[in-house]
Design a protein around this ligand. Structure first.
Ligand SMILES: NC(=O)c1ccc[n+]([C@@H]2O[C@H](COP(=O)([O-])OP(=O)(O)OC[C@H]3O[C@@H](n4cnc5c(N)ncnc54)[C@H](OP(=O)(O)O)[C@@H]3O)[C@@H](O)[C@H]2O)c1
Length: 262
């Protein structure tokens, strides 16, 4: 059994817990937050629910801190007397550096930053992971846990803010794209439910094509477009209206927002 505590189990924490449960792996889970009422249903899924962070630290080796950035360092500092060399600390807080985490965590060297996304709840997170000082074995342990809820990429810490925009905010960007497809689908004749079903599966299929072929999106687009055809006419009109530019500018603005708030 791998014992994991999710400290500060809100939106992201819950996505991780749901993913760990569905993964079927031998995880023994503890979830903490101050107001535990919202987590009580997890007890039926054999998750220990508590507001006692110290107990969670004492009883678990892998500790996920899914707290808000403005809160995480204070909570880690409060818990630092209970950390041992056996503990693995994983922070998902945007903008909080490994150095800051280590300073507040005391002697513990096994500190990681991770940027998963909410698709962890269905085993499909794109998780970026970076480490500072932890040994290769501990890195493998953390990767193995994240691999149970999606794909994991190890990156240098300086790319963590970029990972936030591409991987975590990216979920919302992709969802907005799908919503726009549905709206267009309704305008050209489908009811909303059917349009959603078709759009969701089409986007899932496009992503699967990319993942299984390893090809560049444009190479696959070439296989769908016919000279003077319908697809290329639609694609070019989207570009005239600034489709790619809007997406790129939105992502760069989101990135700048993280940099500004440091
Ligand atoms: N949402 C995403 O898609 C996403 C993706 C990647 C990374 N992140 C990062 O993950 C972090 C969490 O984001 P979120 O959206 O999940 O925030 P959230 O929903 O606010 O979750 C944080 C939770 O921490 C709990 N909490 C606060 N103080 C606590 C304490 N002293 N002890 C235990 N629990 C405490 C809060 O519940 P109580 O008030 O009941 O204690 C709250 O439910 C952020 O740093 C964010 O940057 C989020």
């Amino acid at each position: 059994m791998t014992k994991i505590a999710i400290i500060g189990c809100g939106n992201l924490g819950l996505s991780l817990v749901e993913g760990f449960i569905k993964s079927g792996e031998a995880f023994q889970l503890t979830a903490t937050r101050r107001n535990t009422e919202a987590l009580e249903w997890l007890e039926q899924k054999s998750v220990q629910v508590t507001s006692d962070n110290i107990k969670a630290v004492k009883e678990n080796k892998i500790l996920f801190f899914t707290l808000k950035p403005y809160r995480i360092l204070k909570v880690i500092a409060e818990l630092s007397p209970y950390f041992t060399d056996e503990h693995i600390i994983v922070s998902t807080a945007t903008g909080v550096t490994l150095n800051e985490l280590k300073q507040h965590a005391g002697q513990t060297t096994n500190v990681f930053r991770a940027m998963p996304n909410v698709a962890a709840s269905v085993g499909q997170s794109a998780t970026c992971l970076s480490k500072n000082g932890a040994d290769a074995l501990k890195l493998e342990q953390v990767k193995k846990v994240f691999n149970a809820i999606g794909e994991t990429v190890v990156i240098n810490e300086e790319l963590m803010e970029s990972a936030t925009v591409l991987g975590a905010c990216g979920t919302a960007f992709a969802l907005r794209f799908i919503r726009a497809m549905v709206q267009a689908g309704v305008q050209i004749g489908f009811d909303s439910k059917t349009a959603t079903q078709i759009a969701n599966q089409t986007v899932k299929g496009a992503a699967e094509l990319l993942l299984s072929s390893g090809k560049h999106p444009e190479a696959l687009i070439d296989t769908v477009t016919t000279p003077k055809g319908i697809t290329i006419t639609g694609l070019n009109e989207m570009e005239h209206q600034g489709f790619s530019a809007a997406l790129i500018r939105g992502m760069i603005t989101a990135y700048k927002k993280i940099e500004e708030s440091k």
